[in-house]
Design a protein around this ligand. Structure first.
Ligand code: SAM
Length: 451
């Protein structure tokens, strides 16, 4: 691997940098594979797996398996995530109260690694807004949050500038900024060709714009978690120092165990691939001073009309009875947690919302056609019949093929693999219709050619 000389020369200016070890780590060892478990869908785990020190949900795998052909991956039981990125957990659990509802924003969120992680860490009755500016990537983010069973999340597709309207609104904001990507060279050597000093400058300017908008949306006393997968000071410490100088941001430190080998820098923390079991990563935590003038967010009249009694009775057998807010947009029924309604209405009035809460299904006169999202979360009623599939049928289901199973129950059923729900089938007297969403299906026939 031919690392850019200009990058190595720049990094050599720092005393914390061991050039020889850094180059060796890139040339002689592979990027470790790690996954993070979903605490609401805990799959059976091989007890010999090595945990990631700084995340109670993270594990290293001895080799990279075929995730595409593992039904538990599609059921949202785990997320494949680079270990250094899981450091967010230490920041969140050490700095945020665990006993009160929080408003959290992930501003640069696709494909959803940090959003799904943050969602798993939020205290009861909190919510997450996961935003992505590129629409196609925002759709992937939505799919990953649905798979995660995230009922208390909203997915938006906005430029960070549009969050300025939500001034002083969020208790926590993650900015995992688009960057020059040098921290991922080992994982993706093709990124080396895109790297240049001018790309670093370009990214730094963009990061400054994103951070400025994020800062406005953060409430006084709230925490901004800033991260990149770049090694360049311009995109890391210099960005944090800019917020400190320009916006009075207060750097906040977190406790890290010595054996993790994560290096404290001024301000923030660095993961070097020659020291940690993970890729290059930078993060820092900044608190907005409490003396910043805080405007209360506006109050809004209700936009959505709750479902009528008759429609409620149609969806009742499908769902766990909770105090959720159900409403209809055209024929589609959505469920929002009651505690989110006020804030989400406000957000809907200023943001481009792609998805929020749970899409329960389509109302067709006195019937419901259930949505895939309902099958993926804990709103689904236990009384829905479930059909357990072995591995070959589970893969066929995920490929959206026709299923050759004999099934006692007729009508709508969920199919499961090792007790985790994969999606819906409708069993008719003479055939079984596969309702796995077309856009999520496994396209490959087999593992030939690898992943
Ligand atoms: N947080 C994500 C995760 O953990 O899966 C990864 C985020 S990635 C490092 C940065 C994201 O910023 C990308 O999805 C990219 O599309 C988005 N992005 C690109 N340009 C942007 C801009 N000008 N403002 C905000 N986000 C941008």
């Amino acid at each position: 691997m031919h690392l850019p000389g200009e990058l190595l020369d720049q990094l050599s200016l720092s005393t914390a940098f061991d050039r020889e070890a850094f180059v060796r780590a890139h040339n002689e060892s592979a990027a470790p594979t790690s996954i993070r478990l979903n605490p609401t869908k805990m799959p059976p785990l091989d007890a010999s797996l090595q945990p990631v020190g700084w995340s109670r949900f993270g594990y290293y795998l001895p080799q990279r398996p075929s995730f595409t052909f593992d039904p538990l991956f599609h059921a949202g039981c785990y997320y494949v995530q680079e270990a250094s990125s899981m450091l967010l957990e230490q920041a969140f659990t050490q700095l945020m109260p665990q006993d009160k509802p929080l408003r959290a924003l992930d501003l640069c969120a696709a494909p959803g690694g940090k959003s799904t992680h943050l969602y798993s860490l939020l205290p009861k009755d909190s919510f997450l807004i996961a935003n992505e500016v590129i629409r196609s990537r925002a759709m992937v983010l939505r799919d990953n949050l649905i798979r995660w069973g995230a009922r208390q999340a909203m997915v938006t597709n906005n430029d960070p500038e549009q969050f300025r309207t939500l001034e002083n609104f969020f208790d926590w904001i993650t900015v995992d900024a688009p960057c020059s990507g040098s921290g991922l060279f080992r994982k993706d050597p093709s990124a080396i060709e895109q790297w240049s000093l001018s790309a670093v400058q370009h990214c730094a300017l963009r990061q400054q714009r994103i951070l400025s908008a994020a800062w406005q949306a953060l409430r006084p006393g709230g925490i901004l978690f800033y991260a990149t997968c770049s090694f360049s000071v311009e995109e890391n410490e210099a960005m944090a120092n800019w917020l400190i100088a320009e916006k009075n941001a207060e750097p906040v430190s977190i406790q890290l165990q010595k054996e993790w080998n994560i290096v404290a820098t001024e301000p923030g923390y660095r993961c070097w691939p020659d020291r940690v079991q993970g890729e290059g990563f930078y993060c820092c935590c900044l608190r907005k001073p409490v003396d910043a003038a805080a405007k209360e967010p506006r109050n809004l009249a209700s936009i959505f009309r709750a479902l009528g009694k008759q429609e409620q009775s149609v969806i009742a057998p499908w769902i766990v009875q909770r105090d959720d807010f159900y409403f209809q947009l055209q024929q589609t029924v959505y469920a929002w947690p009651r505690h989110c309604v006020h804030d989400w209405q406000l957000c809907s009035s200023v943001l481009n919302v792609l998805y929020a809460g749970v899409r329960v299904g389509q109302l067709m006169r006195d019937k419901l056609v259930p949505d895939h999202a309902l099958s993926q979360c804990d709103l689904l009623s236990d009384s829905i019949p479930a059909v357990s599939l072995a591995l070959p049928e589970a893969i066929a289901f995920l490929q959206r093929r026709s299923l050759s199973i004999t099934n006692e129950s007729k009508g709508w059923c969920v199919v499961t693999y090792k007790q985790f729900v994969l999606g819906w089938i409708n069993a008719l007297p003479n055939r079984i219709n596969n309702y796995y969403p077309k856009e999520l299906r496994i396209i490959k026939d087999s593992l030939d050619g690898g992943e």
